[in-house]
Design a protein around this ligand. Structure first.
Ligand SMILES: [Zn+2]
Ligand SMILES: [Zn+2]
Length: 389
């Protein structure tokens, strides 16, 4: 089959499957599950792939809710990444239901390309994007070693194919003081909450003198027990972000200095541990251009955009350092509606949003056709990737 006919077949496959995909998307949206608790969502997706001829392995990389579905054999391997975790209390306010549905749709539609051209397609179930960096764990465990190109599409308030994101790292920290009666014997206490408040104030001061793209955000997870007890223990979690790992390391030191200063001032002891590290995302321009042309051919307005930094972070960054990767953004809401808001959750439930992401699924599957059919395309993608190393 020639390329034009294969692309038409890919489009027809997704159109014909619309009722099934809409049902899958609705079930995901109506059962929001937070990071690493996506048991029903990952089972729904894995079952869907299983029923449609994919060989599915569940619980890969020691992550209960991760999976890998494979169709075909041998190289090249084109991967679609599904995310399906929701946000605490806000549900699918990042639209990961749509990411999962479009990844599965692209995987199923690409089967025809594999039958005709050889190679493989994989759909990876990548849990815990919002909190624990599931892809970072999977990347470290070697899940993406044999993959030649990876794609996923994220819903947003604008449409662009190229982008970079901030590197970030999670921080857990706590202060230990000494409990005492706040009225009877306050002089005997060491106040772990005051240490925490001073830390937040020091970080507020620090924020005036960091780069415009750097971000420090935190919440207090333990603020003491009662107003008549000097708090002997407090805890907080923070996320620190910067454009690259070098800048991030420098910023991390400055953040820790804020806690050290507060500990010194109050007499409280502090300890901390750094957690998940999300790499800055690198988009593969060659891959992005192929996707862009395919998306345009569907009549869906999209801009190629630039490879500049958007001020958020994703564990797709960790994949993008191992495999040529793109994560196009497709508008499902006006630019004024930000992700992680109730308004965005409402947008992620609409038929319009699903139609947008299914067009992206078509463009991803058409891009798989471009790669499976042309060693020259693959070579160009690979060469650009290696040049950036
Ligand atoms: Zn998000
Ligand atoms: Zn997201």
């Amino acid at each position: 089959m020639d390329i034009t006919k294969l692309k038409a077949a890919v489009i027809a496959d997704i159109d014909a499957r619309y009722p099934q995909l809409a049902d899958l998307n609705r079930r995901l949206f109506n059962n929001p599950e937070v990071a690493f608790e996506e048991r029903r969502s990952s089972a729904l997706l894995a079952d869907f792939l299983d029923k449609n001829g994919f060989k599915v392995e569940r619980g890969i990389c020691n992550l209960e809710t991760a999976f890998r579905g494979k169709y075909g054999s041998g190289r090249p391997v084109i991967a679609f990444l599904a995310e399906y975790d929701a946000l605490p209390k806000l549900g699918h306010a990042c639209g990961h239901n749509l990411i999962a549905t479009s990844a599965v749709a692209a995987g199923l539609a690409s089967r025809q390309a594999v039958d005709s051209l050889g190679g493989s397609v994989m759909v990876f179930g990548t849990p815990g994007e919002e909190l624990y960096g599931g892809k970072a764990i999977m990347a470290a465990a070697g899940a993406f070693t044999d993959v030649d190109a990876a794609m996923l599409t994220h819903p947003g308030g604008g449409s662009r194919v190229l982008m970079s994101t901030l590197a970030c790292e999670n921080l857990k920290m706590e202060f230990r003081g000494v409990a005492a009666h706040t009225a009877g014997a306050p002089e005997q206490g060491i106040n772990a909450l005051e240490a925490m408040i001073q830390s937040f104030n020091a970080i507020n001061s620090l924020r005036q003198h960091i780069k415009a793209t750097e971000r420090i955000s935190g919440i207090i997870t333990d603020g003491g027990e009662a107003a008549n007890i000097v708090p002997a223990h407090t805890a907080a979690t923070f996320i620190v972000r910067a454009e690259n790992d070098v800048l991030l390391e420098a910023l991390k030191k400055r953040v820790i200095a804020c806690f050290a200063g507060a500990a010194r001032a109050t007499g409280a002891k502090f300890k901390y541990s750094w957690g998940e590290h999300y790499d800055a995302m690198v988009s593969n321009v060659t891959l992005a251009e192929l996707f862009y042309e395919n998306m345009r051919s569907l009549g869906r307005p999209v801009s190629l955009g630039e490879n500049n930094v958007l001020n958020f972070s994703t564990d797709v960054g960790n994949v993008s350092h191992l495999v040529p990767t793109i994560q196009p953004l497709v508008a499902i809401a006006p630019g004024s509606v930000m992700i992680h808001t109730p308004q965005f959750a409402r947008a992620a439930a609409t038929e319009r949003a699903l139609r947008c992401l299914l067009d992206a699924a078509k463009a991803m599957a058409m891009t798989a056709v471009d790669l499976l059919s042309s060693p020259a395309n693959l070579k160009k993608v690979r060469e650009e990737f290696l040049k950036g190393k």
